[in-house]
Design a protein around this ligand. Structure first.
Ligand code: FAD
Length: 423
């Protein structure tokens, strides 16, 4: 039992804060220091591309008084880790010693290496400050070019379009959210954005940005040689893990901080959680039930929350089992709501439940004949059932999944009950 240990958490995003919450909820009595380089209280990122741009204001991760219970140091960057001495050094030169360390350093936006990327009027969206700048920009109106039809790019596009801006999205690949959703879901979302009046250009990337002669606008050159004009540009070209701190202190790093089934790094005294962690997941395996899990790094609210809470529990009370929570993801784009349970990877078989033309349906992925992932478009009940079925290690047959008469909800309920009973 490690309830008395001195725990230091680096990074005060969702994963870092939920690590602290997991510790406190498990009865941790030792000192907890949470160090984050952003100013102010920890906030939720998902609303920044959605409600926040419609004027909702920021949303905190935990109420302010939660942070009275820990040693929270906002606005401080951890510069280095001395593993033999078990200390971290902050940007002001001070050091903090730890018994166990948790790295929750998250990810940052990928910066495109193209001329003009630093020009005024080129924005990215990850922090509250960037979202505030963009919210002010939306108040002005005009036209925007969004680079990248991933989740954040499309969420921003929907928010900007809802505020009446002219929006053009450039996407290098041939479909929306190509990295994570099935072609059917890509097509459904592309059609919805087009109906809303957003121009989507697939198979077209950006090669340069320049000032528009005569005013403060921008000219964008694309891979097919087109020249497009806009008042501002938003880059949504994906994220890269913040793993440099780990690399510099000699931890194993490979597209994220490499951890084992227990979210422990190559140093048994250091864990890594959330966007920065590269972990083995049986949900990423080719066939569910494979003994060999596949390494993956996930950028989602679920992953940051559940891994953080797992780390807190494990460090405090020595939680026994490996980390196994079902990955799930959500995105809202205008009125369309997509929920994903599991990790869709274009399995060997895929069936559609319901009719996309009706505006609500699910795409169900199978690997090795077993349920692997469910993408639910405006079908929240399917999503909830899928999470329970995947979590219990149950499955459905492709024929059952395709049959709207098959009661997926009841099957999910039974799976949930069975999983609880076996605990
Ligand atoms: P982060 O939130 O990146 O937090 C890490 C923190 O550590 C940062 O504050 C960083 O500055 C700090 N840090 C890094 N290095 C140091 C250091 N050396 N010293 C001190 N501090 C350091 N997910 C969903 O599931 N659904 C959504 O709809 C959704 N929408 C999103 C919309 C936007 C605009 C963004 C940006 C993300 C969205 N996500 C969504 C993803 C989700 O928000 C992230 O996966 C999650 O917040 C990751 O949490 P984290 O704590 O791992 O990392």
């Amino acid at each position: 039992n490690g309830a008395h240990r001195r725990i230091v958490i680096v990074g005060a995003g969702l994963a870092g804060v939920e690590t602290a919450a997991g510790l406190l909820d498990s009865g941790h009595t030792g000192p907890i220091t949470l160090i984050g380089d952003e100013a102010g209280m920890p906030y939720q990122r998902p609303p920044l591309s959605k409600d926040f741009l419609a004027g909702s204001g920021p949303r905190g991760i935990r109420p302010d008084d939660f942070f009275d219970r820990i040693d929270f140091r906002a606005g401080h960057r951890v510069r280095s880790i001395d593993r033999p001495a078990r200390t971290v050094t902050l940007d002001d030169g001070s050091t903090v010693s730890y018994s166990r360390l948790v790295l929750a350093t998250g990810s940052r936006n990928r910066v495109l290496d193209i001329p003009g990327i630093d020009a005024d009027g080129v924005h990215s969206l990850r922090t509250d400050r960037e979202a505030e700048t963009l919210a002010r920009r939306l108040d002005v109106g005009g036209s925007a070019i969004v680079v990248g039809a991933g989740f954040i790019g499309l969420e921003f596009a929907a928010s900007a379009r809802a505020r009446g801006l002219d929006v053009t999205v450039l996407e290098f690949t041939d479909r929306a959210m190509a990295r994570v959703v099935s072609p059917i879901v890509s097509d459904y979302f592309a059609a919805a954005h087009r109906r809303a009046g957003t121009s989507l250009r697939f198979g077209e990337g950006i090669t340069a940005i320049a000032r528009r002669p005569g005013d403060s606008g921008l000219m964008v050159t694309t891979t097919v040689g087109a020249e497009l004009s806009a008042d501002f540009v938003v880059i949504g070209a994906g994220a890269v893990p913040n793993d440099d701190l780990a690399r510099r202190c000699g931890l194993t790093v490979d597209g994220g901080i490499v951890v084992d089934d227990y979210l422990t790094t190559s140093d048994p005294e250091i864990m890594a959680v959330g966007d920065c962690a590269n972990f083995p997941s049986r949900f990423a395996a080719r066939a569910v039930g494979d003994t060999e899990a596949v390494r993956i790094r996930l950028e989602s609210e679920q992953n940051a929350t559940d891994q953080g809470r797992y780390a807190g529990r494990r460090l405090s009370s020595g939680d026994d089992g490996p980390y196994r929570d079902v990955p799930w993801f959500w995105t809202h784009q205008a009125a369309e709501k997509l929920y994903i349970a599991g990790i869709p990877q274009g399995g060997d078989e895929c069936v559609v439940r319901g009719d996309p033309a009706s505006g609500s349906f699910s795409v169900v992925d199978f690997r090795g004949g077993r349920l692997a992932a469910v993408e639910s478009v405006n079908m929240p009940a399917d999503h909830v059932a899928a999470r329970k079925i995947l979590s219990a290690g149950w499955t459905v047959s492709p024929a059952e999944a395709a049959d709207l008469g098959f009661d997926l909800k009841a099957h999910g309920k039974a799976a949930g009950k069975a999983a609880k009973a076996s605990k």
